[in-house]
Design a binder for this molecule. Structure first.
Ligand SMILES: C[S@@+](CC[C@H](N)C(=O)[O-])C[C@H]1O[C@@H](n2cnc3c(N)ncnc32)[C@H](O)[C@@H]1O
Length: 261
């Protein structure tokens, strides 16, 4: 799983609002589809499809042949997606990324996973499912943003505390990944990286404000604060902040294919 906040109706409503008022998910989807090298007629799995922004981008690339299996664990997110996309080429499936019995072994040519992968808490199980459903010559494309991803290859440390975290990242995909540990993790799961690309974009203050209104965006706090309390704090921050403060966002994209174990 990932954050239970994804299952909330309010998350789906606010996420959809964000996705309609900003171009962020469209920009991210555009590069993902490009890197996936999707061809007409292909069978494509959109893993963690959300409200369907990436699904739509895949559909446009597929033309009039081919199929998209749009999978998400959250029924409220899928409900929005179904309302947005009405195509016989898209099958929406409510399932966890680690268990998609609706898909046969080696049944898809491409798997795209936009803005989700680092959130999975059970990455080895998800990777096993990806390996099961992907055709041998298929591609798996995913991305991760800073600070969840470190844009460096950090060598194995000699310090026990650091090495502990590195082993957790290599074996279980837990915590922050860097360019080396993600390659080791994927290899342990039977995949090799065949392509990488960085995407840099500017996030305006208005986009940050809108994004932080999505319940899941601030649900990580420990100990947790009630959503209403978070919204009150956000309003205060919005009033106090300087309106023109933009931030740089960097995303790393990976293209992987399966290898024999
Ligand atoms: C940030 S959204 C991305 C949605 C979509 N890919 C897009 O670009 O707009 C993450 C999505 O992943 C879904 N998700 C999270 N954990 C999941 C899991 N374990 N299995 C399937 N979907 C999951 C969430 O419900 C949410 O819709």
């Amino acid at each position: 799983m990932s954050s239970p906040a994804w299952l909330e109706t309010e998350t789906a409503r606010r996420y959809h609002n964000f996705a309609q008022q900003t171009t962020m998910y469209q920009e991210l989807s555009h590069l993902m589809v490009q890197l996936a090298e999707i061809e007409p007629g292909m069978q494509v799995l959109d893993l963690g499809c959300g409200t369907g922004v990436t699904t739509q981008a895949v559909l446009e690339t597929l033309g009039e042949s081919g199929q998209v299996f749009a999978v998400d664990v959250s029924e409220p997110m899928l409900a929005v997606a179904r309302g947005q996309i009405n195509s016989a080429q898209v099958t929406f499936i409510q399932a966890d990324a680690a268990t998609i019995p609706h898909l046969a072994a080696q049944s898809v040519d491409r798997i795209v996973c936009n803005s989700v992968f680092w959130q999975f808490r059970h990455k080895p199980e998800v990777m096993a499912e990806i390996r099961r459903v992907l055709r041998p010559e298929g591609r798996f494309v995913f991305n991760a943003p800073e600070p969840y991803f470190i844009f460096e290859a950090i060598p194995r440390s000699k310090k026990v505390s650091v090495l502990f975290e590195q082993l957790a990242a290599e074996r279980y995909g837990v915590g922050r990944q860097d360019l080396r540990s993600i390659a080791v993790f994927l290899q342990n799961c039977g995949f090799e990286i065949i392509g990488k690309q960085m995407l840099e974009r500017t996030r305006s203050a208005a986009e940050s404000y809108l994004f932080m209104q999505i319940p899941v965006a601030t649900a990580w706090m420990e100990p947790p604060l009630e959503y209403e309390t978070r919204l009150v704090l956000l309003e205060e921050a919005q009033q106090l902040a300087e309106g023109n403060q933009a931030t740089k966002q960097r995303w790393m994209y990976f293209v992987a294919r399966s290898i024999s174990l």
